[in-house]
Design a binder for this molecule. Structure first.
Ligand code: ATP
Length: 260
């Protein structure tokens, strides 16, 4: 082992076993601190819900993790060792960080299955590279993803004919095609029916059995159904963090967010 490697292995590092590690992250736009000394740690296999008022910095935080925005200061590490501030968006996506924006961006005139086929073909995952030509494996992978996202019975439907909720699930399916280790999901249940919202909580819970998930959401019924640790952001920093009951009982959270 090279000396440098040995030193690194010996050095106790709080971030070594984490999947995502943000510490002291700051980002200003024209002198305004959108992110202000933000620290957030996600363990491998964890799902985390992020809440907070408009302008709290949730989107900017996701932009920093995915390489869309460079922080002015602070550490952003993936899987313990990879400094995300040194990589661009494409590199970060191919490392296994997938992002779903709020608005669905599926190909409306294509079927559900063709959308997924395109996503799998465009995927740079190891799986895709290894099994690209093996049709039976590809087919099985599509079947698995369609099952996971409750779309098996809609596989031949045009995306345009899906319900709003099903379009969101198709987006999640296309994200899964990239085989990400970490999924960042922005307001998945906005505009969904109550039944779709409940199903989305179950669906994400299942995904989080094998991957880590960060989900930004304002719908507190949904956040409760997720049953995971919650981080409330405010003015670019963590205001409160913990189980939903504790966070939602925090007077500061009530004042800036829930009480409104
Ligand atoms: N490119 C930019 N230029 C200037 N200001 C920006 C930029 N991006 C974000 N901001 C500002 O930074 C702050 C944080 O915005 P951000 O979108 O991250 O908040 P948010 O928590 O995602 O809000 P919402 O819940 O409304 O989506 C806001 O005051 C916003 O106006």
């Amino acid at each position: 082992m090279a000396e440098r490697e040995r030193n690194r292995a010996a050095a106790p590092s709080p971030r070594r076993d984490t999947l995502l590690y943000l510490d002291g992250v700051t980002k200003s736009f024209d002198g305004f601190k959108a992110i202000d000394n933000l620290s957030l740690v996600l363990q491998r296999g964890e799902m985390r819900a992020i809440i907070g008022p408009n302008g709290a910095g949730k989107t900017t935080m996701m932009d920093i993790i995915t390489g869309k925005t460079r922080p002015d200061a602070g550490e952003v590490y993936f899987a313990g060792e990879t400094d995300l501030t040194r990589h661009d968006e494409a590199a970060i996506a191919s490392m296994g960080i997938g992002r779903k924006f709020q608005k669905p961006t599926v190909f409306e005139s294509h079927t559900v299955e063709d959308n997924l086929r395109l996503a799998l073909a465009g995927s740079r995952s190891v799986f895709g590279a290894l099994f690209h030509r093996r049709t039976s494996d590809e087919r099985r992978r599509r079947d698995d993803i369609l099952t996971a996202t409750r779309l098996t019975h809609r596989r031949n439907a045009r995306a345009a004919d899906l319900s709003h909720g099903q379009k969101q699930w198709l987006e999640i399916a296309m994200l899964l095609a990239q085989d990400p280790q970490l999924l960042l999901i922005d307001e998945p249940v906005a505009g969904m029916t109550d039944a779709e919202t409940e199903e989305t909580a179950r669906l994400l819970g299942e995904i989080a059995e094998t991957r880590s998930v960060v989900v930004v959401e304002h719908d507190m019924h949904f956040v409760r159904a997720l049953g995971v640790k919650v981080t409330c952001l405010h003015e670019g920093a963590v205001l409160a963090e913990g189980p939903l009951d504790a966070v939602s009982a925090d007077p500061r959270v009530v004042e800036v967010y829930l009480g409104r």
